[in-house]
Each structure stands twice: as structure tokens, then as C-alpha cells.
Design a protein around this ligand. Structure first.
Ligand code: NAP
Length: 490
């Protein structure tokens, strides 16, 4: 049998080798567990930090919060890290912890069906089928590119790239480039493209709020200290964490508290943009925080360049030669960059997991709305755990913190199953409903709901099914251990 072929059965199968899948693998190994596998369609660990390699890709959460608490990274070189540094950290971690044997790359998850008689998941992958007692979905909400439904897109004769599928062989120097979108990915890529393109058209549907990015290189002393005084890095990390956490009330209780960030964003805008017409078009008309607050010092200077045009007339069609807007203008384009985000509220994996009632997760969610008890378990889907499931996302801090909270909960649940000898675990409907009702009640006051914008946080019904509407320590506390009463075990 080839060394990397799939076994017939594993105790735990995890889909996705990003922070979630890697963290799970490390924690399972620490406990002496050997019977588990992590599969990923990519060729390396890293998840979103492997896939999103576009020029300028970086993290808008401080570096100190972008490592596992149990594996601090003394090698950060800046206060905000590039994608390359984060991906290198994850690869190094996979090597140092000796978990690589448990990973199968180039193995795409096709689907899984709960087998009630066997009390296990029947799993189909591109590399063959297997069964698993427990299935963990760590595929992430921001993994499946959202292609805009613009007429004519497939007929475009030039090169089309989504930010999450960057083709590094495509030459942008001297080309006419168009970027559709002005979200978190777009504002990182636009300054890089503007430096080399002959001309860049930026197609903006809604202007984002962009505050200044307090990024700096760490001094030689700081880098020495991270290596030799780990406690100091821990103190630093805690300070950064608490600083971030202090912004939570502005998102969930009193959007008026966003006034300081708003002032910063307007100053950031006015520093570079002087043309009154452009200034007006780049000024958002919704509350700051309603969409993700973006961080950049070079976005507005890029838009002010002579070779960049901000187009705000809506796109009507895409032709063989470029983008046509509602005023009838045809914008000639050689390379079209789609910075149009991800299928965050309806990722395709939901259609491929079929639970004990014969419904897929997508069908179960369609009956009411996406919800998961503690963002992790769903009634009707025994022995299934989701990492970064519904309402676990953050606008202000690090997802690594949320993932670690969920890992502790999942491991505690696995322990409970092992200790009691139960083979089937399912969250009670009432527990899940209570959890979801509480989340949606809290959501009503948040800026995401009241701020007057449309965002990928909301589903088609306008419910926020992506973000966590409380402090991150509340999440950590609520998930500190498996709560047996909320579950049926058999
Ligand atoms: P996004 O925030 O969803 O932005 C998509 C952009 O494309 C928006 O400006 C949107 O306009 C526009 N758009 C979408 N469909 C369009 C259409 N049919 N026609 C015209 N414009 C269209 O996507 P993203 O920038 O990839 O970011 C997604 C998330 O990934 C972020 O919110 C963040 O959580 C994460 N991310 C994080 C980092 C980081 O530094 N940590 C970096 C990149 C991404 P509207 O605003 O009008 O919808």
C-alpha cells in the first residue's frame, strides 16, 4: 500500500489543513491519539494562508495574536505580518510537531453521509472512500471564491484571476488591469498592482472605511527578546489582545463609540485624496464597523496615482475586451482581478454533508437559518464538529483565539465519548435553538445589523450568521469544557 493512501477507517477525520486542521492534529497527537487524518485539496498546510498569495497579501490582525498560544512565534519581523510569514510559521509548526504523517494533501473532500447503523461517517474523497467515527470540518468560511454574477464574465478574452487563486506567472507590468471590489483583499492588492500596471481601473460598488495601519518592523532588541525572553512576548501578546478586546463595545453595544476610528479613517482618506468628487465617492455613508474595518496606509495614495481610475458607475457587462459600466463606457482590460470575496454564508461544503435525517447541512440551515450550538455542533449531524462554524467570526481580533477555544471544546467532547464508551453524540435541538435565539437577540444592537450596510456577514434573510456578538473571553469561557447536558449520547 502506498504510504500516502487513505486508510479504510479513522477515528477522527478532519477536512482542511489551515489553522484549524493543524491545531487539531497537534492537540490530538499531544494526547497520544494516532488514529486520525487531516485531508486538504491543497498541497501543503496553511489553508487560507496558503491559498491567498496575491501580491501584498498580509494580515490585518497584529502578528502577536496570529500564532497559537501554545506555539508562540519568536520569528515575527513586523507588528503586522505578511502572508509569507504566517504561512512559513504554519509549515514550520507542522514540521516541529511531527504531525505531517497525519496529513493527506491533494485530497479533496467530496462528501460525507451519516451511517446510523454503523454510527460513523461514510466519507468520499478524490483519493478514495473511508469511514470515520468523528468528522471535523475545518474548511473555513473564507475558502470558496465568490465569482460575481456579471453577464459576459466567461467570454472575457484576457486573463481573469480571483485573489484567492493567484497565478504568479501572469505579468501585470505595463498591462491594463481592472480590479473588481474594494474589500480587505482588494485594498492590499491595489497598491501593488498600481506600482506596475500601465493603467488600473478600480471598480468600487461600496466604499470601505479604511483606517491607518500601525505597522512597523520589530527592532533588533524586540526580535532578540521574542527568542530569549518568551515571557515578555506573552506579556506583549496579552497587551495587544486586551487592546483589541476593548473595541468590542463599539461593535456590539454602542456604535457611537466608533467615532475615534471614524475620525482616523476620514483623516487617512483626506491625507491622500484632495479631488472633491473622488473624496465624496470614497466616503462611506454607513456606520464604521458595519462592514469589516480595513487597515492601510498605501490604499488611498494608490488611488490618487495618475495611472489609477476609481470607477463607481455600476458594472453592466463584461465583454471580450473589458468591463462596461452603466454610463456606456467600455473600460479596456488585459487582466481582470476579481477581489469579490468568498461564499462565506453558503460554502459548498454545506451541500455535501448529509446527516441522520437525510438532510444536508445546507438543507437543514435553509429551514431556519445557519446555526450551530457553540458554533460547533448541529442537531441532526451526530459526531460532526465544525471549526469556525456559524457565528464564530470576528471583526476585531484573531480567529486563532476562537479556533483554540473550539479545539478545547471538541477535545473535551471526544474525551467524554471515550470515557463513557458512547459512540454517538448529538446536540439536543432545544440547546441549539436556545443558543441561536440568544445570539440573534444580541445581534439586534450590533453595528453589523444597525449600521446601514450590506455585508457578507448577513445571509439572504438579513440575519448575521457569521460573527460572534460578545467578547472573545465569553466564547472561551462558554466552550471551556464539554457540557454533557446539552447532548444526547448513545
Ligand atoms: P469582501 O470583503 O467580501 O469584498 C468583496 C468586494 O467585492 C466588495 O467590495 C464588494 O462590494 C465587491 N463585489 C462583490 N461582488 C461584486 C459584484 N458583483 N460587482 C461589484 N463588486 C462586487 O472580500 P475580501 O476582500 O476577499 O475579504 C473577505 C474577508 O476575508 C474579509 O472580510 C476578511 O475577513 C478576510 N480577509 C482578511 C484579510 C486580513 O488581512 N486578515 C485580508 C483579506 C481578506 P460590496 O462591498 O458592495 O459588497
Amino acid at each position: 500500500m502506498p504510504i500516502d493512501s487513505l486508510p479504510m477507517h479513522v477515528r477522527v477525520l478532519c477536512v482542511g489543513a489551515g489553522f484549524g486542521g493543524l491545531g487539531l492534529a497537534i492537540k490530538l497527537r499531544e494526547r497520544g491519539e494516532r488514529d486520525f487524518l487531516v485531508i486538504d485539496k491543497g498541497d501543503e498546510v496553511g489553508g487560507t494562508w496558503r491559498a491567498n498569495s496575491y501580491p501584498g497579501a498580509a494580515c490585518d490582525v497584529p502578528s502577536q495574536l496570529y500564532s497559537f498560544s501554545f506555539a508562540p512565534n519568536p520569528r515575527w519581523t513586523r507588528s503586522y505580518s505578511s502572508q509569507r510569514e504566517i504561512w512559513a510559521y504554519l509549515r514550520r509548526l507542522a514540521d516541529q510537531t511531527g504531525v505531517r504523517d497525519h496529513f493527506r494533501f491533494a485530497t479533496e473532500f467530496i462528501g460525507a453521509t451519516w451511517d446510523e447503523a454503523g454510527r460513523r461517517w461514510q466519507v468520499r474523497t478524490s483519493a478514495g472512500d473511508l469511514t470515520a467515527d468523528v468528522l471535523v470540518s475545518a474548511a473555513g468560511a473564507l475558502s470558496e471564491p465568490q465569482l460575481p454574477p456579471i453577464a459576459g464574465l466567461t467570454g472575457f478574452a484576457g486573463t481573469v484571476m480571483h485573489t484567492a487563486c493567484w497565478d504568479h506567472t501572469v505579468e501585470l507590468a505595463g498591462k491594463r488591469v481592472a480590479v473588481i471590489g474594494t474589500g480587505a483583499s482588494a485594498i492590499q492588492i491595489i497598491p501593488e498592482v498600481a506600482k506596475v500596471a500601465a493603467h488600473l481601473d478600480v471598480f468600487q460598488r461600496t466604499p470601505p472605511w479604511v483606517i491607518s495601519r500601525k505597522d512597523r518592523a520589530y527592532s533588533p532588541f524586540e526580535r532578540w527578546a521574542f527568542h530569549h525572553l518568551p515571557w515578555l512576548q506573552k506579556v506583549y501578546r496579552t497587551g495587544v489582545y486586551l487592546g483589541r478586546e476593548s473595541s468590542v463595545p463599539a461593535f456590539i453595544l454602542k456604535p457611537e463609540l466608533g467615532v475615534v476610528a471614524r475620525r482616523d479613517a476620514l483623516a487617512n482618506l483626506r491625507r491622500s485624496i484632495t479631488d472633491p468628487d473622488l473624496l465624496a465617492r470614497l466616503t462611506p455613508d454607513y456606520a464604521i464597523g458595519c462592514k469589516r474595518i480595513l487597515l492601510s496606509n498605501d490604499y488611498y495614495p494608490a488611488l490618487a496615482r495618475d495611472n489609477v481610475t476609481v470607477v463607481t458607475d455600476p458594472i453592466t457587462t463584461i465583454t471580450r475586451t473589458g468591463v462596461v459600466t452603466s454610463d456606456g463606457t467600455g473600460h479596456l482590460t488585459d487582466v481582470l482581478i476579481l477581489a469579490t470575496g468568498f461564499r462565506a454564508t453558503n460554502p459548498p461544503i454545506l451541500q455535501t454533508i448529509t446527516g441522520s435525517d437525510g438532510l444536508t447541512l445546507a438543507q437543514a440551515y435553509a429551514r431556519s437559518s445557519a446555526s450551530a450550538y457553540k458554533g460547533t455542533t448541529v442537531h441532526g449531524f451526530p459526531n460532526l464538529f465544525q471549526l469556525t462554524g456559524p457565528n464564530t467570526g470576528l471583526g476585531h481580533s484573531s480567529m486563532v483565539f476562537m479556533i483554540e477555544s473550539q479545539l478545547a471544546y471538541i477535545l473535551s467532547a471526544l474525551d467524554a465519548m471515550q470515557t463513557s464508551g458512547h459512540r454517538r453524540l448529538e446536540v439536543r435541538r432545544q440547546a441549539q435553538d436556545r443558543w441561536s435565539t440568544d445570539i440573534q437577540r444580541r445581534m439586534k444592537r450590533t453595528v453589523w445589523q444597525t449600521g446601514g450596510c450590506a455585508s457578507w456577514y448577513l445571509d439572504r434573510r438579513g440575519r448575521n450568521i457569521t460573527l460572534w456578538p460578545r467578547s472573545t473571553f465569553a466564547f472561551r469561557w462558554l466552550l471551556r469544557r464539554f457540557d454533557r447536558d446539552a447532548y444526547e449520547l448513545a
